[in-house]
Design a protein around this ligand. Structure first.
Ligand code: 4AD
Ligand code: MG
Length: 430
C-alpha cells in the first residue's frame, strides 16, 4: 500500500486511486453518507463514505469515528465544487485506527484551556504553521552559517557562570555545589572561537523572568555566534545578513503558512541588508521629543522599543548603550567611553529586541575592575579570564532569541505561541 499525503493528492487529476492516513478534523453523518474532513501534516481534504460504497463493516466503523480519531481511507479522487478546495476522495475502504474520546478543544476556547491542552492544541493548523515557519527559519540560519564558514558547537547548559545578571537565574544543586541553568552560551563560545574561528550554537537558554510579558519565556532557544578577529561593526554585518537570510527563507517556502496566520508579507519583503543604525543617544533624543521621560543611563524597555520601531518595516540597530545598561564583558567604545561597542537589533512593526550583541572586553585589568565593582565573585570565572591571559584577540558575538524572531515574522501577539510547550512564570504543564 503506498500512502499519499493530502498535499500531493490535491495535485492529482480526478479518477486516481489513493490511500490517505490522518485524523478526523470534522465529521458529519446521515444514515447513508458521511462527510469527513481529513487532516494530515500537509493539509485538509474531504472524504466521503457512502453506504454501499465501502464494505458494510467499514461503514459501521465510520459511526464510531469522532473528531481527532485516526483513520486510513482508500478512494478515488473526484472534483466536487462543494468540497473545501474543490476536491474530495470517494472512499472505497475506511479503517478506524485510533478512536477518540470527546475532544476537549472545541471551536471557541479560552487561552488557558488551550494552554492546558497544549499537547492536543499542537495539532491545530495555526500551531503547525508556526512550527513549520520556525523550522524553516532555523534551516535558513544553518544554511547561511555553513556558507559563511561558521562551525556549530555544543556548549554546556549546566554552568557555574552568570552571564546576564543574577536577577533571572535558575539555580540548582549540582551534587554538593551550586550551579545554574545557562542564560547564554557566550562565554563558552568565546573560548571556542580561539580554537575554531567563527562558531555558533543553538541551545535552550533559561531566564527566571518573574513578570508576565508577551515577549519573555523562561526557557527559549538561543542562537549565539562568536567571531574571532571581528569588531562590533563586523558583528552587525553578520547579524543583518543572517536575519535577512532567515526571513527570505520563510518568504521562499512558507507563504501559505504566513497567509494562514494572517501575516501581511509586504513588510517582510523589505528585510534586506543594510539595516539602519542609530546610537542610543539618538534614540533617547527621539523619545524625549515624543514626550518620553527618559534619561541617559535608562535602559530601553518594551514601550520605548515599540515607539522606536512601530513605523518601520526593517529592523534597526541601536548601538552604544550606556555602560550601566549592559553586562560587564562588553568592550568600552574608545571614542565614546561612557558607552560600550555594542548593539541591540530591534525588530520592526513594534516588536523590539531580537538580538543582543557586542564586541568583548579583551583587557584583563579593565575586566577585573568591572567585575570587582559589580561584586562578581572571580573564582568561577578564572577560566574566562584565562582567555585574556593566553593569546587574547579582538572578538565579537551576539545572541538571537529564536522565539522573538518567530513572533515577529509570524506576527504573533504572544511569544508563547512560538513554542510548542511554552514555559512561563505560571506554566510548566504540559
Ligand atoms: O540580550 P541578551 O540577554 O544577550 C545575551 O544573552 C548575550 N550573552 C548573547 C551573546 O552575546 N552571545 O539575550 C539575547 C537575546 C535577546 O536579544 C532576546 O532576543 C533573547 O535572547 N531573550 C529572550 N527570549 C525569550 N525570552 C526571554 N526571557 C529572553 N531573554 C532574552
Ligand atoms: Mg538584551
Amino acid at each position: 500500500m503506498t500512502v499519499s499525503t493530502i498535499g500531493s493528492v490535491l495535485m492529482l487529476p480526478p479518477g486516481e486511486e489513493v490511500t490517505l492516513r490522518g485524523w478526523v478534523h470534522r465529521i458529519r453523518t446521515s444514515g447513508k453518507i458521511a462527510f469527513i474532513v481529513l487532516r494530515d501534516h500537509t493539509g485538509l481534504l474531504q472524504a466521503t463514505v457512502r453506504k454501499g460504497g465501502v464494505p458494510d463493516i467499514d461503514f459501521n466503523a465510520v459511526g464510531a469515528a469522532s473528531v481527532e480519531s485516526s483513520i486510513i481511507v482508500t478512494g478515488i479522487v473526484a472534483s466536487d465544487p462543494r468540497a473545501p478546495g474543490g476536491m474530495e476522495i470517494r472512499c472505497t475502504t475506511f479503517t478506524l485506527v485510533g478512536p477518540a474520546d470527546a475532544f476537549p478543544i472545541t471551536e471557541y476556547q479560552s487561552e488557558e484551556l488551550l494552554l492546558d491542552n497544549r499537547h492536543l492544541w499542537v495539532r491545530s493548523r495555526n500551531m503547525a504553521a508556526i512550527m513549520k515557519i520556525k523550522a524553516t527559519m532555523l534551516q535558513g540560519a544553518r544554511e547561511w552559517l555553513a556558507a559563511a564558514d561558521f562551525t556549530e558547537v555544543t556548549p554546556p547548559v549546566l554552568t557555574q557562570n552568570v552571564c546576564e545578571g543574577g536577577t533571572t537565574l535558575f539555580s540548582l544543586k549540582y551534587f554538593d555545589r551550586q550551579a545554574y541553568l545557562s542564560q547564554s552560551a557566550q562565554m563558552y563560545l568565546e573560548a571556542l572561537c580561539y580554537s575554531l574561528g567563527n562558531v555558533y550554537s543553538l541551545t535552550p537558554s533559561f531566564r527566571a523572568e518573574k513578570s508576565r510579558t508577551p515577549r519573555h519565556l523562561t526557557e527559549y532557544w538561543h542562537l549565539e555566534l562568536e567571531e574571532a578577529w571581528i569588531d562590533n561593526r563586523g558583528n552587525m554585518e553578520v547579524q543583518e545578513e543572517l536575519v535577512s537570510a532567515m526571513v527570505q527563507a520563510v518568504l521562499g517556502s512558507r507563504r501559505d503558512e504566513l497567509e494562514m496566520l494572517g501575516r501581511d508579507v509586504e513588510p517582510l519583503k523589505d528585510v534586506m541588508p543594510p539595516f539602519p543604525r542609530m546610537r542610543y543617544s539618538q534614540v533617547l533624543e527621539d523619545l524625549k521629543g515624543r514626550g518620553f521621560d527618559i534619561e541617559f543611563g535608562d535602559d530601553l524597555g518594551a514601550v520605548e522599543e515599540r515607539a522606536t520601531t512601530q513605523d518601520r518595516t526593517v529592523p534597526v540597530f541601536v548601538t552604544n548603550y550606556p555602560k550601566q545598561c549592559k553586562a560587564f564583558y562588553m568592550k568600552e567604545d574608545a571614542d565614546d567611553p561612557d558607552t560600550y561597542a555594542c548593539a541591540d537589533l530591534l525588530a520592526p512593526e513594534g516588536y523590539g529586541e531580537i538580538i543582543g550583541g557586542s564586541e568583548r572586553e579583551t583587557d584583563l585589568d579593565a575586566l577585573l575592575a568591572r567585575m570587582r565593582a559589580q561584586d562578581i565573585s572571580l573564582e568561577p570565572y578564572q577560566w574566562y579570564l584565562d582567555l585574556r591571559r593566553y593569546g587574547s584577540i579582538p572578538h565579537s558575538g551576539f545572541g538571537m532569541g529564536i522565539e522573538r524572531m518567530v513572533r515577529w515574522v509570524c506576527g504573533l501577539e504572544h511569544i508563547r505561541d512560538a513554542m510548542p510547550f511554552p514555559r512561563t512564570i505560571n506554566r510548566i504543564y504540559p
